[in-house]
Ligand binder design. Structure first.
Ligand code: CP
Ligand code: NVA
Length: 324
């Protein structure tokens, strides 16, 4: 482990082995909340929000505290960043005080800019384009229920709904990195961009997985190991609410679609969920749903990610304990 400043801005910032290592560490944090304490001191981690949050806010706040650190949570309304101070200047200031920077914002270019001027790890806590922390937690949930991290390669995951949003992009890149078969189903006009599909396909090829993008929800869920969905109206798209519901009705995850997946298929949703829209109550509140474990796994996965990033920065593999 050479000294290197690593960031997690998009899911393909880590390779197969690195993702596996982070998930293994996540399993350790699941067993022991105090497995590693890289921010003992306490050192501060800046956690910034330009959009609302319940899970990301609580999991990073509690997670940083459990890592021995102090979470400095700043909302858009309470910061100069929210009044237009340049991202570069914000980064130059925070990097002198905090041991890591976590940011939920709009365009991906903003987190890229933050990372450009930072000398500490920067973590994307959701942008319009990607939500890598969520997908680490989602894969940790599959590992939890299906025999560990090494059970991930070869699994088939299907995501239904808005195939052009941050979750779809992250499933494509992270699933390909894990060596999974990733299927995305959405209506025309709401499918992933060509460059993301191309990148995911190239990564999948390296790791033994396959990528399928389709408008047919039944083709996507057939024999799948895990079904995912997400809201049809992401943060920042509220004005489009009325026009965004109609095309998605055929992609609602309901009992009929779940029956086409493997009999023991898991159901996951990053949350917040809208029952009766992208998923029926019978599915999200039913026996195949693992959404509360998934939400809890945000805590373990992000603690693993932060620990892994600072282990690189400090060239200190001892922070990873016996994870190889
Ligand atoms: N899934 C997720 O990121 O939830 P929050 O918006 O509540 O953080
Ligand atoms: N696609 C959703 C995810 C919420 C966690 C959004 O961006 O609002």
């Amino acid at each position: 482990m050479a000294h290197e400043l690593r960031h997690m801005l998009r899911d393909d910032d880590v390779n197969h082995e690195e993702q596996r290592q982070i998930l293994q560490l996540g399993m350790k944090f699941r067993e022991d909340r105090f497995y590693s304490r890289p921010f003992e001191g306490p050192q501060a981690v800046a956690v910034l929000f330009d959009k609302p949050s319940t899970r990301t806010r609580s999991s990073f706040s509690i997670g940083v505290a459990e890592l021995g650190g102090y979470p400095l949570v700043i909302d858009k309304s309470g910061s100069q960043l929210g009044r237009g101070e340049p991202v570069a200047d914000t980064s130059r200031v925070l990097t002198r005080m905090a041991s890591a920077i976590v940011w939920r914002t709009f365009g991906q270019a903003r987190v890229e800019e933050m990372a450009k001027y930072a000398s500490v790890p920067v973590v994307n806590a959701l942008t319009d384009e990607f939500h890598p922390c969520q997908v680490l937690a989602d894969f940790l949930t599959i590992a939890q229920f299906r025999g560990g991290v090494d059970s991930l390669p070869g699994k088939t995951i299907a995501y239904l709904g808005d195939g052009a949003n941050n979750m779809a992009n992250s499933y494509l890149l992270a699933g390909a990195t894990a060596g999974m078969n990733v299927r995305i189903a959405g209506p025309n006009g709401f499918l992933p961009a060509h460059d993301i599909v191309e990148k995911a396909t190239a990564i999948a090829k390296e790791n033994g997985g396959e990528i399928l993008v389709t408008t047919d929800p039944r083709e996507a869920v057939a024999d799948a190991d895990c079904i995912f969905t997400d809201t049809w109206v992401s943060m920042g798209e509220e004005a489009e609410y009325s026009i965004r519901s109609k095309p998605f009705w055929g992609y609602q995850v309901n009992d009929e679609l779940m029956k086409l997946a493997k009999p023991d298929a898991l159901f996951q949703h990053c949350l917040p969920a809208y029952r009766g829209k992208e998923v029926t109550a019978s599915v999200i509140d039913g026996p195949q749903s693992v959404v509360w474990d998934e939400a809890e796994n945000r805590l373990h996965a992000q603690k693993a990610l932060l620990t892994w990033l600072v282990a690189w920065q400090r060239e200190d593999p001892s922070l990873l304990g016996n994870v190889e």
